[in-house]
Design a binder for this molecule. Structure first.
Ligand code: NAP
Length: 292
């Protein structure tokens, strides 16, 4: 598979800071090459205050689209022409597609999460979830699960500005996804946390607890909550197997799902938006494994 950048190559990119660690160029450029698409994907290290100029540049250079990482997701939602339902509720975008000069903003973190669950045989429709966390990724997950037909979501966060944000998201979801019952509770209330997990189908860690260098951390102190039919999903992908995942498996959970797949499927959702094609996920996985 050879790639040649030519006079007609269309640019896509990631904006944010830092971006040097990003796996996105490898994934998208592999896929463009695989599918024979004349596009190239780069990373640009830009700060929030540089996003207005960056979006202008994207328009000027007729870029097909771009992704956003921290700290540029919220400001960019105010700079595009239209927002997807999830992006509108979350108030942030991680993907923008240029449709003939009109910039459409999407929030696909949650879609990547839902798709990863589906690829692992779990449909969120009609399910009750406990989601620990109310930061950027957690909010996107809550919104997408509600829009995808979850029966109920119990959000747990410690008392902080994120807690207030979770209350405001829950209010918005009352109007946008009224069939989904959303509750917001204090993560310090261990009794409530255990009771909600006992009544749930899926437990999600959407906090950064358990992420390197804090890999000894877990949101579940009492391993008694684990049971065979409780699906446990961790969105942390570094390490690939978190303490929560290891303990859930050891204490009987049959389905334990890690964060790496969410990252990959979010990329696949974006690839579809950019190109209209299904990303060559299996081929990219093989390539990734061969180059680990
Ligand atoms: P974020 O916006 O900073 O949110 C972090 C969340 O974790 C907040 O709810 C925060 O609560 C909570 N938290 C942090 N430390 C905690 C602690 N010691 N005890 C309890 N809660 C704690 O970050 P994010 O972007 O949502 O990312 C969260 C994690 O998801 C990171 O590990 C990130 O790498 C991972 N992630 C994975 C994917 C994927 O595709 N798999 C995508 C995005 C993010 P407070 O606000 O109260 O501090």
């Amino acid at each position: 598979m050879e790639q040649c950048i030519s006079g007609t190559t269309t640019l896509l990119c990631l904006f944010g800071s830092p971006v040097g660690h990003s796996g996105s160029p490898a994934m998208y450029n592999f896929s463009f090459r695989h599918d024979g698409i004349d596009c190239a994907y780069l990373c640009f290290d830009v700060k929030e205050e540089e996003m207005e100029d960056s979006v202008k540049a994207a328009r000027l250079f007729h870029m097909r689209g771009f992704n956003l990482t921290m700290p540029c997701k919220t400001i960019t939602a105010k700079l595009v022409d239209e927002l997807s339902p999830a992006a509108r509720i979350v108030g942030a975008v991680n993907t923008v597609v240029n449709e003939g000069g009109r910039l459409i903003g999407y929030m696909t973190d949650g879609a990547g999460f839902v798709r990863n669950l589906r690829e692992n045989g779990v449909d969120v429709k009609g399910k009750n979830l406990v989601v620990a966390g109310a930061g950027g990724a957690a909010t996107a997950i809550q919104v997408e699960c509600a829009l995808s037909g979850a029966a109920g979501i119990s959000v747990f966060n410690r008392q902080s500005p994120s807690f207030e944000r979770a209350l405001s998201t829950a209010e918005k979801l009352k109007a946008e996804a009224p069939a989904c019952a959303v509750k917001v509770m204090d993560l310090e209330d261990k009794e409530a946390f255990q009771a909600e997990i006992a009544a749930a189908d899926i437990l999600v860690n959407a906090t950064s607890v358990g992420m390197k260098p804090g890999e000894d951390g877990t949101i579940v102190e009492d391993t008694g909550v684990f049971r065979p039919d409780l699906v446990v999903a961790d969105i942390v992908y570094n390490p690939r197997k978190t303490r929560l995942m290891r303990e859930a498996k050891a204490f009987g959970c049959e389905k334990v799902i890690g964060g790496e797949g969410m990252l990959l499927w979010q990329g696949a959702v974006n690839y579809k938006l950019f190109t209209g094609l299904d990303m060559p996920v299996d081929e990219y996985r093989r390539y990734q494994n061969a180059h680990r």
